[in-house]
Write a protein that binds this ligand. Structure first.
Ligand code: PRX
Length: 654
């Protein structure tokens, strides 16, 4: 591998370079050329139902075929109507008849270096057993199961077991607090919770069972808790409610037929932040979701039988759902799963894992790339990364500098990079290069996946000209789209299908260049993107206001070199309270307790007043400028009290 200097990485930034796939890569890929992509795209555009129907037949197993590809009563879609299938069957059983039987399905690496490999047969057995455990505890088709776990194989087993019997899982990221967990359990009315005593992170132990205990003090729907013994942390087990995973698994039968479920049966709920109120339970169903996850895994990651694939996301986020488990296992591929952080015990952990398992396809977030590139290229250079053949990114726009580092230092300038735009709601990748077909431009997610009709429009839904910014919308239903917000179809309609007439609005701004490439410009609402995860400012504000010293607060994002965006909270205290460093720390801890460490404010700024319009709306635009240290150039004519702004700036300089 040639040695590349930092200079030759940055110099490229000033060019609008096109990175064409190498012909050796294109030749062996699933979609081999721009012409092949265009053919697929046009075919899908001409006859979307024919296109998706054909793929559903060729890529998935059905117990009973569907009678209708799409039932579209805007904005409510049903895909593969009348068909029955099972996600766990597609991810496991169908691979057991041939040579995949003893192939690694999951290669798991613990943070402390322990590892476990589960073949398809192993995983099938564990899943069947745990599915029986769930049944024994009274879980039935349609019941909700909450999963709050570290990144251990039992997490994968638990979700596939739910899918096997038709229980709808709701996975709550292990970094969320007891309060956030409780809200999500209550919204879904989960009957059973699967957790662990704790998990390993940065060399220490994080407790989980303890947080579930706290959450369950006010979560009456939960009857049972199953606890994996991961860390040996002391926990108290409530008699009749709490059971150890290993005890229950011991006697469980390894025979459990996968239930034939309607294509529209809810597979999972996943909560995501919105602009207002509590998190939304995004609902994904069975057949359409699995088709989206499966075909994008195959074409975007160019998955082949012999590949070892690794996505570094946590399964608590949608990326882990679709691209560690469902889409990857459905293709019969080998998926690496890692428990810990990228920098433990040293900043080369990711690269050590790539070398150890000879990873071929590597999918991570720009925030991780930025953080790791800052630590220096001596860390990746310690390892043989020559097994890599394809790289991917997800979660936020990747800045060209980070893209070039990824390309040169990690990919050795030979691996295509797929910059994949999608959302919790879309279920699967929507805008992305197909790696053998579409030349990449650093920072652009390039073109829509075949079958996906994406556009950039103005408020009236009219297409904007090239290089003009607008709203990123999807104009036609697609199989892996969210079906609704859990028990709140009104919110579903209002959030996604009302701002712009007749289309799905993603909440993102974007532009298309003269080649039709999409450049994502970030959220247009008050939702922040912190390290590739969406956080509603509203939730953090409510957490702050719930502290007895706080009268009012406004949270905005500020640009951050590594995280993309950092959390900046403006806080007005109750009368009689005085600002102090100590109080700042207390408020930060309070947010962590209420929501989780991911929401911890990086900055707290005390202010006597917040800038408001005459109608009392907080002018976040101004606060964003102040947080970023920018002069406000925008219109301040509606500002109620000009002195507030001057004061905030003055405090900033002090
Ligand atoms: O703003 C976009 C950004 O992440 C949002 C979706 O967040 P979430 O539902 O948490 O899912 C993250 C993983 C799919 C989007 O609305 N985003 C995601 N991918 C990209 C991106 N922004 C730019 N480029 C991307 N590739």
């Amino acid at each position: 591998m040639a040695d590349h200097t930092e200079e030759d990485i940055t110099s490229v930034l000033h060019e609008n370079r096109l990175f064409k796939p190498k012909s050796e890569f294109s030749k062996q890929s699933h979609v081999k050329s721009r012409a092949a992509y265009d053919r697929l795209y046009k075919k899908a555009e001409k006859d979307p139902e024919g296109f998706w129907g054909e793929l559903a037949k060729s890529e998935l197993h059905w117990f009973k075929p569907w009678t209708k590809v799409l039932d579209w009563k805007p904005p409510f879609a049903k895909w593969f109507v009348g068909g029955t299938t099972n996600v766990s069957f597609n991810c496991l059983d169908r691979h057991l008849d041939g040579p995949r039987k003893n192939k690694a399905a999951l290669i798991w690496e613990g943070e402390s270096g322990d590892s476990r490999t589960l073949t398809y047969q192993d995983l099938h057995r564990e899943v069947s057993k745990f599915a029986n455990v769930l049944k024994n505890k009274g879980v039935k088709k349609g019941d909700r199961v909450a999963i709050y776990m570290p990144m251990i194989p039992e997490l994968a087993i638990a979700m596939l077991s739910c899918a096997r019997i038709g229980a709808t899982h709701s996975i709550i990221f292990g970094g969320f607090s007891a309060a956030a967990l409780r809200d999500r359990i209550n919204d879904a009315e989960a009957k059973l919770v699967v957790t662990a005593d704790g998990g390993y992170r940065k060399g220490g132990v994080i407790t989980l069972k303890e947080k579930v205990d706290e959450a369950l003090e006010a979560a009456p729907s939960v009857e049972t808790m199953i606890v994996v013994n991961r860390t040996g942390t002391e926990v108290s087990m409530k008699k009749g409610r709490d059971f150890w995973w290993h005890d229950e698994m011991q006697g469980a039968s390894a025979v459990c037929k996968a239930a034939a479920l309607s294509s529209e049966h809810p597979l999972f709920i996943l909560y995501t932040s919105g602009t207002t109120g509590k998190p939304k339970g995004v609902v994904h169903t069975t057949g359409g979701y699995l088709l989206g996850a499966t075909i994008t895994s195959k074409w975007v990651f160019d998955l082949k039988e012999e590949d070892t694939y690794w996505c570094t996301a946590d399964i608590g986020w949608v990326t882990g759902h679709s691209y560690i488990i469902y889409g990857i296992l459905s293709n019969g591929a080998t998926s690496v799963m890692y428990e810990g952080v990228p920098t433990y015990p040293a900043p080369d952990r990711f690269w050590a894992i790539v070398e150890k398992y000879r990873v071929n396809i590597f999918y991570t977030a720009p925030t991780a790339i930025r953080a790791l590139s800052k630590l220096g290229k001596e860390w990746p250079k310690k390892h043989d990364l020559s097994s890599l053949r394809l790289l991917g990114t997800v979660g936020e726009p990747i800045n060209p500098e980070a893209w070039m580092w990824y390309h040169a230092v990690i990919g050795g300038r030979r691996c295509p990079i797929v910059d994949t735009w999608w959302q919790t709601e879309t279920g699967a990748i929507m805008i992305t290069p197909l790696p053998g077909a579409i030349p990449a431009k650093p920072g652009s997610a390039t073109l829509p996946f075949p079958g996906i009709s994406a556009e950039v429009v103005n408020k009236d839904g009219k297409k904007v000209p090239p290089n003009v910014g607008g709203y990123l919308v999807i104009t036609r239903p697609w199989p892996s789209m969210l079906r609704t917000v859990w028990r709140n179809p009104k919110r579903y309609k209002e959030t996604y299908w009302s701002d712009i007439p007749g289309v799905y609005f993603s909440g993102d701004g974007a532009r298309r260049d003269k080649d039709g490439y999409f450049w994502i410009m970030g959220r247009v609402d008050d939702v922040m993107n912190i390290s590739g995860h969406r956080l509603g400012t509203m939730e953090i504000e409510s957490a702050l206001v719930s502290h007895p010293t706080v009268a009012e607060s406004a949270v905005v994002g500020a640009p951050d070199e590594i995280k993309g965006t950092s959390v900046c909270a403006f806080v007005t205290l109750e009368l009689g309270q005085s600002p102090s460093e100590d109080l700042k720390n207390k408020l930060k801890s309070h947010v962590v307790k209420e929501i989780g460490a991911i929401a911890r404010p990086d900055q707290i700024r005390f202010t006597d007043n917040l800038p408001k319009t005459r109608s009392g709306k907080i002018m976040r635009r101004l606060l964003r400028d102040i947080a970023a240290g920018r002069e406000s150039v925008g219109d301040t004519s509606t500002l109620e009290d000009y002195t507030v702004l001057a004061k905030l700036r003055h405090d900033d300089e002090a």
